[in-house]
Ligand binder design. Structure first.
Ligand code: URA
Length: 246
């Protein structure tokens, strides 16, 4: 059991400075269990706590773990150059929780501006490291549309390993399954810069469309439309943390 004041709870969840959080409560904008709260120092057990701020329901989360369906035309940077940032698709509290220089959730790895699909985000540094470190071999599945016909030689070369200029050893796909004349399901356990595009170029093809459909045990399904996000469940986070190699 962890008991905190309502003001501290809102502060920890990214609703602004303690003063701003106190103001939200005093203005009657915060409810717990359907009852409007006006006492900034009222105490609540955070275990399973649900509250509402300005009519928007919010679950208390000690650490935030979420998935986002990235649309094309967004950059995975906090300070994008040409396109809007994926962080603009998230509500403010997720971008500011924790405060300080590294405030808010961060994406686990990056997708190119024109790539769509599954992104995981968290404010748990250990989780981000585990999911993105090549040592942990968390598999990521990409649905690749190619410009030219895919042939068996290309598939076997991707599985055997291709030479990329930033890797001393050939880079291999963990799995490569042809799903059409121009469609390939490619599983990678690393996340090098433009890796799929460079691997396809190395076997003489070209990526025309790229969608990440799975990371470890988490699959992106039609239930989460483009531009939308949702919390990961406790079981999903546990499964990801236990992600076996390959
Ligand atoms: N590989 C790429 O080339 N681009 C991505 O966005 C992800 C993997």
């Amino acid at each position: 059991m962890a008991v905190f004041t309502l003001q501290d709870i809102l502060f920890s969840q990214g609703f602004g400075t303690r003063r701003v959080c106190a103001g939200l409560i005093q203005q009657g904008l915060v409810s717990v269990g359907g009852a409007v709260q006006s006492d900034t120092l009222a105490e609540f057990d955070t275990e399973g706590l649900q509250f509402t701020v300005q009519g928007v329901p919010w679950p208390y989360q000690e650490r935030a773990y979420l998935m986002l369906h990235k649309p094309a035309g967004y950059e995975c940077s906090q300070k994008p150059g040409m396109y809007p940032s994926i962080y603009s698709l998230l509500p403010g509290p997720l971008r500011t929780r924790g405060g300080g220089a590294a405030a808010g959730v961060q994406a686990v790895g990056r997708l190119d501006q024109d790539t769509t699909g599954l992104l995981l985000l968290s404010d748990d540094g250990k989780f981000i490291h585990r999911m993105s470190s090549p040592r942990h071999h968390v598999p990521k599945v990409y649905d690749v549309t190619t410009k030219h016909d895919i042939d068996a030689t290309q598939v076997s070369r991707l599985l055997a390993g291709v030479v990329l200029d930033d890797s001393p050893v050939p880079v291999k796909a963990a799995a490569a399954e042809q799903a059409g004349t121009h469609r390939l399901l490619l599983t990678l356990t690393e996340g090098k810069y433009h890796q799929v595009k460079r691997m396809l170029a190395a076997v003489g093809n070209r990526v025309e469309g790229l969608h990440r459909s799975q990371i470890g045990s988490i699959q992106l399904t039609f239930e989460l439309p483009e531009r939308h996000w949702r919390w990961l469940t406790v079981d999903e986070v546990k499964a990801l943390q236990a992600s076996p190699s390959k």
